[in-house]
Structure formats: structure tokens, C-alpha cells
Write a protein that binds this ligand. Structure first.
Ligand SMILES: Cc1ncc(COP(=O)(O)O)c(C=O)c1O
Ligand SMILES: N[C@@H](CCOP(=O)(O)O)C(=O)O
Length: 461
């Protein structure tokens, strides 16, 4: 299995190097040169199997010779052993034809754990055999950061740096990043929004001298390994609901477009995914782009679903790559225009995108009302991100079963949930002392050289 950059000017890599590299050296994102198809019989055989079996069958064709079967299976088993639900990603019925896919039973209570726990193990395996160490860097609007820290804390071969927007994550999210005591964990509060953090991370990668000097690796969904691990739960959910004999729709709360793109990959592998609905909060650039064809960031507004407060959505580049038929020159041109303020999507590419993705948005009031109504009518307490998606799913009725991805536990956003319902969701007992632990964080400006100086100074050598 070979991986190519969306911008076509970086070396082709195998799975191991694509995963360890993160951002391609031409600034693009790695994608598989071809997506392997799973025959309907193999998809049907996944129904009712343990999550780990599904994970192995779905991901194995992408991994090539990076790991032998036994090692890969061991890494998968270890990744999900700590999840707080035997099904890992249980489905819960919300209404007659509407299901929630609960993705928050991992150690940091958000869907990021599905990929990050596996990536932590895969990185450790590869670094062990290479005898290398590296600096993992990630931009976060709240959930990627804590999941990355959980996956790498205490790993002697890794320093993990997470950049979050100062004052724009929930207190629980912040404390999950600032309270781990391990010295290889470095939380950085950036003066700016998530887009500022992600731009800094990408700039650090695009400074090839610095990147090589500190051996930078990325664990945002720019990393193909992140997207791949998220493909699995689409198969688990759809086969539980009758696929491949039945088409299943999905609504996905969306920010950086990694999760919904994973659904697109599942569809290309042969899973009968009907509609893939992109649900946005008031930072609705993706909804506007799919509706109007114009992709123009206009500033991030803080919302009660802060993890989706994103305007420069990095995996949209992977969707554009497919929509433009793999034309790397076209993608380079669009990304160059984006750096100047935005771009228009060609009619052909827009049509290709619309064949896969529908979209919708929820205002703050609609989000709060959905949290309150779902508690009242279905007895379910939703996190605000999930509520955005439930609102959008309800606005798209159809015949196929609808699965809405429940991407975080409501206890990560207790203020917003309490404001909507009067109920303050408690943290699980193992996190009960989160508010008592001392915090450790470095504040930096939107300044690449300050970030680089900090990484040089604090990483172990
Ligand atoms: C809780 C939650 N929901 C939804 C999203 C959006 O997912 P994506 O960035 O993959 O579109 C995020 C951030 O990634 C998140 O943390
Ligand atoms: N919502 C994310 C933003 C980063 O997304 P990623 O999937 O590219 O890591 C977060 O919570 O940090």
C-alpha cells in the first residue's frame, strides 16, 4: 500500500513512514494511492464480531508490511482494552430510526481515543525497533490534545507538545491537558483560536530544518493513521444495523473534517453509506462551502461546542483531492488561494462532493434546545457537539437508519449542559480529582519562533 500527498510533490511512502511523518513535506496530506474494497461477504461477516476483530479486518489492508498480523492484532487489543464499554462503540437508540454511536468510552471521553490509543501503541512499536525518539506536536480545540497526552504520557521516546487556544476550551478539557505530571507532556496555551494553533503546527512542519532537527511527528488528523482508525466504527455501526444488506446514513459533528472523511473512506471501501451529513455549529464554513461552492474562512466564533470552533478545516483537502480526481496541481492551486483568503470550488468538484456529503448547521440556541429536548424525550444527556449533529440529523429525515456520532461525553462540557438542562453531568470517578490537581502550562503568542524556541528548550535530547 503506497501513500501519496494531496499536493503531489512529496515522496510516496508506505504506511509506517506516512504515519510517522504526519504532514507531507510539500504541505499536503497523505492519502492511500488506492482504497482497497472489502467484498460484501467480508463486510457481512463483521456483524456481531468484537470491535477488535472489525478493527483488524478493516485496517489490515492499509497497513502493508508495517506490522505483521500478530503484532498488529496485539496493538489493536491493547488500544481498546482500557475502554469503559465492552462494545467500545455502542449504539443507542434515540428514536425509531435514529441511533447514537457512542464514541466517548475511551480514557479521555472523546472519539479521539479510538485513533490515538492505537497510534500511541504503533508509534511505540516503531520507535522501539528503530531506536529513535521524536517530538509529537498537535493543535487542539480541546479533545485531540488530551487524547494525545493520554496516548504518549510517560513514553521515554516521545515528547508531546499540544497547542490549544487560550481561554477557548472547556475547563475539563484544559485540565486534562495541563494536569498530567509526566515530564514528557507539554501543554501550550496559544494567544489565538484553533486555526492559529493549527497554522503554527503546520508552519513548524513546513520549516524542514526545524522539523528534522527535533524529529517532529504529527498526531492531528493530518496523520493518515488517525483517519484510518476512525473508519472502523462506521463498519461496526453499519453492520450492526444490517449493512451490507441495508444502506445506513450518518450525521457527523464536524470541525477538521477527519471524522466525516473517515466515513467517506468506509463508503469507498464498499460499506453502503447513504448520506454522510456534515453538521457544523455557527462556524459553518463547511456547510457554506458545500452549499455555495465558496470556501472563505471569516474568523472563528467561540461557541458552546468549542471543539468544532474551526474555520480552516484540514481534512477538507483530502475530500478536495478526491473531488478533483486526484489532480494534485488543482489542490495546490486551491491551497495557494486559501492562503490568500479563500477559493471557489469548480462545478464538477462541487457536484462530486455533493454526491457524498450533505450538510447542515445548528445555532447556539438550537444546540441548547436539542440537549434539553433529547434529555426530556429520550432520557439522553448529549454533549454540545453531539447535539449539533442530532439537530442536523433531525432536519434530514429519510428511510435509511440514521446514525449520529456522539463524539464526546457530556461531562467534558458541564457548564453548557447544565445551562441547557439544569443537570450537571459528573466526571467518572477515576477523574474525580481533576479539579484538585496542579496545572502546568506555557503561554505563547502566535509566533513560530517562540514555539520553536520552547520546543528546543523543553524537549529531552
Ligand atoms: C467532541 C468533538 N466533536 C466533533 C469534532 C469534530 O471532528 P473533526 O475535527 O474530525 O471534524 C471534534 C474535534 O475534532 C470534537 O472534539
Ligand atoms: N476538534 C479537534 C481539532 C483537531 O482535530 P484533529 O482531528 O485534526 O486532531 C480537537 O478537539 O482538538
Amino acid at each position: 500500500m503506497r501513500y501519496v500527498s494531496t499536493r503531489g510533490e512529496a515522496p510516496e511512502l508506505g504506511f509506517e513512514d506516512a504515519m510517522m511523518t504526519g504532514l507531507a513535506r510539500d504541505g499536503g496530506l497523505y492519502v492511500p494511492a488506492e482504497v482497497p474494497a472489502l467484498p460484501p461477504g467480508e463486510i457481512a461477516a463483521l456483524a456481531g464480531r468484537p470491535y477488535e476483530d472489525v478493527a483488524f479486518c478493516v485496517m489490515r489492508p492499509f497497513v502493508g508490511d508495517a506490522f505483521d498480523d500478530a503484532t498488529f492484532r496485539r496493538l489493536i487489543d491493547a488500544a481498546y482494552a482500557g475502554f469503559g464499554h465492552p462494545a467500545r462503540a455502542p449504539l443507542r437508540q434515540l428514536a425509531p430510526n435514529h441511533f447514537l454511536l457512542e464514541l466517548f468510552h475511551g480514557p479521555t471521553l472523546a472519539f479521539k481515543d479510538f485513533a490515538m490509543q492505537l497510534i500511541g501503541g504503533m508509534f511505540a512499536e516503531v520507535l522501539g525497533r528503530r531506536g529513535d525518539r521524536l517530538c509529537v506536536i498537535g493543535a487542539t480545540s480541546g479533545d485531540t490534545g488530551s487524547a494525545a497526552i493520554e496516548a504518549f504520557r510517560g513514553n521515554p521516546a516521545v515528547d508531546v507538545f499540544v497547542l490549544y487556544p487560550h481561554g477557548r476550551v472547556s475547563e475539563v478539557q484544559r485540565r486534562q491537558m495541563t494536569t498530567p505530571g509526566e515530564t514528557n507532556v507539554h501543554a501550550i496555551a496559544v494567544d489565538g483560536d484553533f486555526d492559529t494553533c493549527q497554522a503554527l503546527v503546520k508552519a513548524a512542519f513546513n520549516d524542514h530544518g526545524f522539523r528534522d532537527e527535533v524529529a517532529l511527528a504529527g498526531v492531528n488528523s493530518i496523520n493518515w493513521g488517525r483517519v484510518l482508525a476512525q473508519v472502523v466504527y462506521y463498519f461496526a455501526a453499519a453492520t450492526a444495523l444490517g449493512a451490507p444488506g441495508r444502506t445506513v446514513d450518518f450525521t457527523v459533528p464536524t470541525g477538521n473534517f477527519g471524522d466525516v472523511f473517515a466515513g467517506h473512506v468506509a463508503k469507498r471501501m464498499g460499506l453502503p453509506v447513504g448520506r454522510l451529513i456534515v453538521a457544523t455549529n455557527r462556524n459553518d464554513i463547511l456547510h457554506r462551502a458545500l452549499t455555495t461552492g465558496e470556501y472563505r474562512p471569516d474568523g472563528v466564533a467561540p461557541t458552546i461546542s468549542p471543539s468544532m470552533d474551526i474555520q480552516v478545516s484540514s481534512n477538507f483537502e483530502r475530500a478536495l483531492h478526491l473531488a478533483y480526481g486526484g489532480d494534485a496541481r488543482a489542490v495546490r492551486q486551491l491551497m495557494a488561494e486559501l492562503s490568500q483568503g479563500g477559493f471557489g470550488i469548480s462545478q464538477g468538484a462541487l457536484q462530486a462532493l455533493r454526491e457524498v456529503y450533505a450538510s447542515g448547521r445548528a445555532s447556539e440556541e438550537e444546540t441548547k434546545a436539542t440537549i434539553a429536548r433529547t434529555l426530556r424525550d429520550a432520557g439522553e444527556l448529549l454533549c454540545p457537539h453531539t447535539a449539533v449533529a442530532v439537530h442536523v440529523a433531525e432536519a434530514h429525515p429519510g428511510d435509511a437508519p440514521m446514525v449520529t456520532l456522539a463524539t464526546a461525553h457530556p461531562a467534558k462540557f458541564p457548564d453548557a449542559v447544565e445551562e441547557a438542562t439544569g443537570v450537571r453531568p459528573p466526571l467518572p470517578p477515576r477523574m474525580g480529582d481533576l479539579y484538585d490537581r496542579p496545572e502546568r502550562v506555557t503561554r505563547i503568542a502566535d509566533d513560530l519562533s517562540a514555539l520553536q524556541a520552547h520546543i528546543r528548550k523543553t524537549r529531552a535530547t
